[in-house]
Design a protein around this ligand. Structure first.
Ligand code: HEM
Length: 454
């Protein structure tokens, strides 16, 4: 990208729109599938890698592909803010690291980043193993389980246990519905076309329930740290926030709720999609089980980090799942000045989105983009795509804070479950990607779960 592109919109083209006939076809596709992803994919096909969504009161500029991703995430990141004041996610997370900008954002990252480094996550592999057993021990042999629900239980226990050092087990039942309500609150909905819509009573109630819980654990940990006089453990994110200067209980609550939502809803979606894809490709499932048997065996003891790193096929399956169904399928920004993105003029205060989902499925970069093909991530033989085409965790200074945590967690959970059970998918033909806060397999992933025999 040259300086002219960076600094001026004078020589830039206007953002293209769909011509009327194609626009009707896109609307027909939307009506047929009732899935906005279909409309986005058709916009890509008929209009190109940059376009404006022509909805009333919601006209974001959408960009696809490595050049746009790089410019939005790296080169021009200072000219794009995250925060859109009227979005429910901003009302909910207030000053959470996900939705603040500039120095404030960098400060929260500096406090929390170290607790999520690989060397502090690896010691939690036994906890990931134990929580997996805790959830799976409740599955009767031959029973049917919805992996979307089961993986949410697991992701919540793991996030709270390994990152906040809090056992969520006694609170799961009581806070399950409030958490689902909060996720619904920030998912695409009426607020897109009616930004000032009042917050519904059930969402206000859910916020109050979560606040009550989060302020309680903050007070308890503060009291414990005061009483012991000891520094928090290196992986204790809640402790790190408490001992950091100038962090009030309100600011800590905002970070905790941010991590809780961003850190468990994504892993839930990833794990559920892995089960869907393995269910649809039973031969790959068997191969992954053979790999786990060879590396870990039938031992009940948790694997070491090195053993998890040897599960190459499992890793490829996880990466391919993140490509096909990236839990965060679109990134959200707002321009702080008139600018050009990939040569297209974008005015100040415009909502800009970079589509991870469409970048991951663009036939300009990927071979058979819609096919499940874990081998494209085989070490040393990776499919060659330009940098910033594959961005399941974003990139640049706002790259996912939990990327390492999520990948170790996924490997540990899947290794344990596939070591213990055989899985058969029962509703593969009904599953479609649903655009909620994350991209979820709806109506859920029903699997028959049978204990593996020696
Ligand atoms: C499979 C799991 C996950 C995926 C696919 C994922 C994806 C992403 C993506 C794409 C972004 C960047 C969004 C943007 O550019 O606007 C992001 C940011 C973020 N993620 Fe994750 N995430 C995952 C797991 C986690 C976990 C486990 C945590 C917490 C432990 C977490 C916490 C966050 C936070 C706080 C941010 C905001 C970072 C910032 O703005 O500086 N995520 N994630």
């Amino acid at each position: 990208m040259n300086d002219t592109e960076r600094s001026t919109t004078a020589s830039s083209r206007p953002l293209p729109e769909a011509e009327p006939r194609k626009g009707l076809q896109i609307l027909a596709g939307l009506a047929r599938t009732r899935n906005p992803l279909t409309a986005l994919a058709l916009m890509r096909e008929y209009v190109g890698q940059a376009f404006e969504i022509p909805a009333p009161r919601f006209r974001p500029a959408v960009f696809i592909g490595p050049d746009a991703n790089r410019q939005i995430l790296i080169t021009d990141r200072d000219r794009l803010s995250w925060r859109n004041e009227s979005d429910p996610v901003v009302k909910l997370l207030r000053r959470g690291v996900l939705i603040v900008d500039g120095e404030e954002h960098d400060r929260y990252r500096q406090i929390m980043d170290p607790t999520l480094q690989r060397r502090h996550v690896n010691p939690h592999i036994p906890d990931f193993w134990r929580y997996t057993d805790q959830v799976a021990d409740a599955w009767a042999d031959g029973s049917t389980q919805d992996m979307l629900i089961e993986m949410r239980k697991l992701a919540l226990l793991i996030l709270m246990g390994a990152s906040f050092h809090v056992d969520f087990t006694p609170h799961m039942q009581r806070l399950w519905q409030p958490i689902l309500d909060l996720i619904e609150y920030i998912s695409p909905g009426l607020w897109i076309v009616w930004p000032d819509a009042p917050t519904r009573a059930k969402h206000r109630k859910a916020i109050a329930a979560m606040d009550d819980y989060l302020y309680t654990i903050i007070r308890q940990r503060r009291a414990e740290l005061d009483a012991s006089g000891a520094a928090p453990a290196p992986s204790d994110l809640l402790g790190a926030l408490i001992v950091a200067p100038d962090m009030t209980d309100d600011l800590i609550r905002d970070q905790l709720l941010t991590m809780l939502i961003a850190g468990h809803d994504t892993s839930t979606a990833l794990l559920a999609w892995v089960f869907y894809l393995l269910g649809m490709h039973p031969a790959t499932l068997t191969e992954v089980q053979q790999e786990i048997d060879a590396v870990i065996g039938t031992a009940d003891a948790p694997p070491t980090a090195d053993q998890l790193n040897e599960l190459h096929l499992l890793d490829q399956v996880i990466k391919e799942t993140l490509r096909l169904y990236p839990p965060i399928h679109i990134g959200n920004r707002r321009t702080t000045e008139d600018m050009a993105i990939c040569g297209y003029a974008v005015p100040k205060d415009k909502r800009v989105m970079y589509s991870i989902y469409l970048s991951h499925r663009d036939k300009e970069y990927w071979r058979d983009p819609d096919q499940f093909c874990p081998a494209r991530f085989e070490r040393g033989k990776e499919e060659k795509v330009p940098a910033f085409t594959y961005v399941p965790f974003g990139g640049g200074p706002r790259t996912c804070i939990g990327a390492t945590f999520a990948q170790i967690e996924a490997r540990a959970v899947l290794a344990r479950l596939l070591q213990r059970f055989d899985f058969t998918l029962l509703n593969g033909d009904k599953i479609h990607p649903h655009m909620g806060a994350t991209l979820e397999p709806r109506p859920g992933v029903q699997m028959r779960v049978c204990k593996r025999r020696a």
